[in-house]
Design a protein around this ligand. Structure first.
Ligand code: URP
Ligand code: ZN
Ligand code: ZN
Length: 474
């Protein structure tokens, strides 16, 4: 017997449309969208006055990441469940190679952590920290057999994750053969290393020095450099967690030669700023992440960049560490594990602070939270939209429920909230993943292992055409 669900009287919002309709779901997929549908279904939900958004896709998470001598505190089970409470039905996590080891080894390890544990759907980007003759040979199978069409490089974290430019160029060429995209953490790792050692020599050791040793110029320089490498080879590029005006201007500059760069920012860079690093009693460590929070002028630039079409996704870079873990850097900011929690609040915060404060439209909200990630990373239209044949990943969103974010109520496995006390208007009331209501009125209805691994293709054909156009040099 096929499982079915009927959602009545909702306001369907996609990246391009907004209309009142019913949605009939059968066998995990959207079957029919229309007015006054009278299918008989196993369950009917009345969504009058509610928005129906495509399930969120967070294209940047780090569950259980081994990092800086410890592990990110959310497992695939706890982190994806937290995501579901906040409307994120699919994540793309990073399977990160250990330098000196194979890509396959990292991928196997990430499958071991996620398979049978993740509660939401999940996919992987492959993090390449050591591109050499051996890893080069692994790229084809990873694309064609493992369903991974994005390869990440770090231009920072020297000695652990950082690669040099030669490796980036090699990876771009190899990944390009299989229609895959290179994605990048853009910061000049050498400059940052030098600034950190200067600060330590002077005895400047508090969390604020994390901010001061990761300046805007380090991000802007690396952003411009990798954009040039991509342009030279005619390769597609996705920049993760862009935070500042200087880096955004590098993206803007590239458009003048008709280069299209795909760019992500994160919810924290849109809403928080560097004044938090002044917080007393080591509190500033809660927001130690790379790149760091920036200035007010950067937040303004990012919101404008969204509406200028320069930024395409809003992710979280969800990488939580509890306070005991943060305290590894109590006497030395460079030992504070980098990262913060956020997956549960990305969509509600962006709705409340973006849509309701007239910074972005409802359609833009959908683009940023799901559609663009699905398109860029080869999951569209299975994910990222509400259309017949698509996975029935739907958020029934009540714009009239107000709530306050707190560590007391969140589902992150983290003993603080980076958004403690933020008042949010609008709530994910019911979250549906492949036709099954998975969260309803703050209650999880499913558990461990409900999530499926999503194999991804290279960019869809329409998208490839855009990339072809962006390769034409003037
Ligand atoms: O501080 C951060 N962002 N931690 C996670 C690793 C990364 O750079 O994305
Ligand atoms: Zn990063
Ligand atoms: Zn990250």
């Amino acid at each position: 017997m096929k499982k079915s669900l009927l959602i009545k009287n909702g306001i369907v919002v996609t990246a391009s449309d907004k209309y009142n309709a019913d949605i009939y779901i059968e066998d995990e997929k959207v079957h029919t969208i229309g007015k006054n549908l009278n299918f008989s279904a196993d369950k009917t939900i009345n969504a009058e006055g509610m928005y129906l958004f495509p399930g969120g896709i967070d294209p940047h998470t780090h569950m259980e990441l081994p990092f800086m001598g410890t592990y990110a505190s959310d497992t695939f089970e706890s982190g994806t469940l937290a995501g579901l409470y906040g409307g994120t039905t699919t994540i793309i996590d990073f399977a990160i190679q250990t330098q000196g080891e194979s890509l396959k080894k990292a991928l196997d390890l990430w499958h071991k952590k996620a398979d049978g544990n993740a509660v939401s759907d999940y996919a992987f980007h492959m993090g390449v920290t050591d591109f050499n003759k051996n890893t080069q040979k692994e790229i084809k199978d990873i694309c064609e057999k493992d369903g991974i069409s994005s390869f990440k490089v770090f231009m920072a974290y020297k000695g652990v994750l950082m690669v040099d430019d030669r490796q980036i160029i090699g990876l771009m060429k190899e990944a390009g053969k299989y229609g895959a995209i290179v994605i990048s953490h853009c910061e000049n790792g050498d400059l940052i290393d030098e600034l950190i050692s200067e600060a330590k020599t002077k005895g400047d050791l508090s969390p604020r020095y994390h901010y001061l040793t990761h300046p805007e110029i380090a991000e802007a320089e690396a952003t411009g450099r990798i954009i040039d490498m991509a342009y030279d080879g005619g390769h597609p590029l996705y920049i993760v967690h862009l935070t500042c005006e200087g880096a955004l201007n590098q993206v803007r500059e590239a458009t003048k030669r008709n280069q299209k760069i795909n760019v992500e920012t994160c919810i924290q860079y849109l809403l928080l700023d560097e004044s938090l690093y002044e917080s007393p009693d080591f509190e500033g460590s809660k927001w130690v992440m790379s790149p760091p929070l920036r200035k007010e002028k950067d937040r303004v630039a990012l919101w404008n960049g969204i509406n200028q079409g320069l930024l395409h996704t809003v992710a979280t870079d969800h990488c939580p560490f509890c306070m005991d873990q943060k305290k590894m850097g109590l006497n030395d900011f460079s030992k504070i594990p980098n990262g913060m929690p956020g997956i549960e609040h990305r969509m509600e915060l962006l709705f409340s602070e973006g849509v309701l404060k007239n910074k972005i439209s409802l359609n833009k909200f959908v683009e940023l939270t799901s559609t663009n990630a699905a398109r860029i990373f080869g999951m569209f239209p299975k994910k990222g939209t509400i259309a017949p044949g698509s996975d029935a990943d739907i958020v029934i969103f009540d714009p009239n429920i107000n709530h306050t974010i707190s560590v007391k109520t969140h589902h992150h496995n983290c003993d603080y909230s980076a958004f403690e006390g933020w008042k949010v208007n609008g709530k994910c009331k019911t979250v549906i993943l492949r036709g099954t209501p998975v969260v309803e009125d703050d209650q999880a209805l499913i558990g461990k292992g409900f999530g499926k691994y999503i194999k991804r293709s290279s960019h869809n054909k329409e998208y490839s055409k855009e990339m072809e156009l962006s390769k034409i040099k003037v």
